[in-house]
Design a binder for this molecule. Structure first.
Ligand code: NCD
Length: 316
């Protein structure tokens, strides 16, 4: 079945997370994204799929790459895209969120892409509006399009996801990217390892069905993919690491630690990177790095997601 035929079976109006999606649904989105990669590599990149539709990018947290990626994706599909950055005061967050949602809803958008610092905020917003809602990252909960773009990057490079060993390393505790990736990769049949110091792992990590490693070299052994995470210092409420220098020594990906993984292991990072903290520049810019390709796949995956949810929108 071609991607356009399978996409007819995507049954969700929103994309709030990877949780609850089946392997078939994830694969369908990845197949649709492959088509979008081809479109994005042409001179004429514009499609009419979302012509007449209004997409609002509502970002309560600052973001450059995710917001611009969603903006380019929407524009390539022909939507009118509006960016709204809202600085949220921590006290009034709940109220501000609902008020903003109701105000925007009255303007009759078709899709709202939301990023918020609180887990669950995107779901709450989706319950208040009449349009489709796409989660662009909510607190430490989920970041579904990041997991999809990571899966697409892996599949394009390795030809499959099933049976691969993926090591997710670093600040897993504060990472919505890690959570969405664990769910997506496991659903698609990969073995997932979480490699981190105890202070940067969620207490309930055992429930995720992942292998846990507290030693970087052991955790990377024979891995097909090494996924590094940013040390999210802005989310840290206490001292989770002794110093960034010491962190790099034990947990930073350098050439020597990478040598523990398979020789053709892919190096990935969602960005923005702290060079010299979780990854050395040599590795980030080295031959195994797929970090720039991830950015390209981000636009394609977001085009696929926007198209898939838009198919559930009413025609009138
Ligand atoms: C990620 C995020 O915001 O969760 N970045 C991104 O989407 N560009 C990862 C991160 O901030 O470290």
């Amino acid at each position: 079945m071609s991607a356009s035929q399978t996409s007819l079976t995507f049954q969700h109006r929103h994309l709030l997370g990877i949780e609850g999606l089946t392997a078939a649904e994830l694969t369908m989105l990845l197949d649709m994204a492959e088509d979008a990669v081809a479109v994005s590599r042409q001179v004429e990149k514009k499609r009419a799929t979302l012509r007449g539709r209004t997409q609002i990018n509502l970002f309560f947290e600052p973001s450059t790459r995710t917001q611009s990626s969603f903006e380019i994706a929407g524009k390539r599909l022909g939507a009118d895209v509006m960016n709204m950055s809202v600085a949220s005061s921590s006290v009034k967050k709940g109220e501000t969120l609902i008020d903003t949602a109701m105000t925007l809803n009255a303007m009759r958008p078709d899709i709202i892409v939301v990023r918020h610092s609180q887990a669950g905020a995107v779901q709450l917003l989706s319950e208040k509006v009449a349009c489709s809602v796409v989660n662009a990252g909510d607190g430490a909960h989920e970041h579904p399009t990041q997991a999809l773009l990571d899966a697409l990057t892996i599949r394009r490079n390795k030809g499959r996801i099933e049976g691969l060993t993926v090591a997710i390393c670093g600040d897993i505790l504060h990472s919505r990217v890690a959570r969405s990736n664990i769910l997506a990769l496991q659903t698609l049949g990969a073995r997932v390892r979480c490699v981190a110091p105890t202070t940067l792992l969620p207490a309930q990590i055992g429930r995720f069905g992942v292998e846990v490693h507290h030693d970087m070299r052991a955790g990377l052994k024979e891995a097909d993919v090494v996924m590094m995470l940013r040390l999210q210092r802005e989310r840290m409420t206490a001292s989770f690491i002794p110093s960034t220098k010491e962190y790099f020594r034990y947990w930073g990906l350098d050439r020597e630690k990478l040598a523990c993984a398979k020789p053709d292991a892919l190096v990935m990072h969602p960005g923005p990177m702290n060079r010299g903290v979780e990854i050395s520049s040599e590795v980030a810019d080295g031959p195994q790095s797929r970090i720039r390709e991830q950015v390209e796949m981000g636009v394609a995956v977001r085009m696929a997601v926007l198209e898939a949810v838009a198919r559930r929108l009413p025609e009138c």
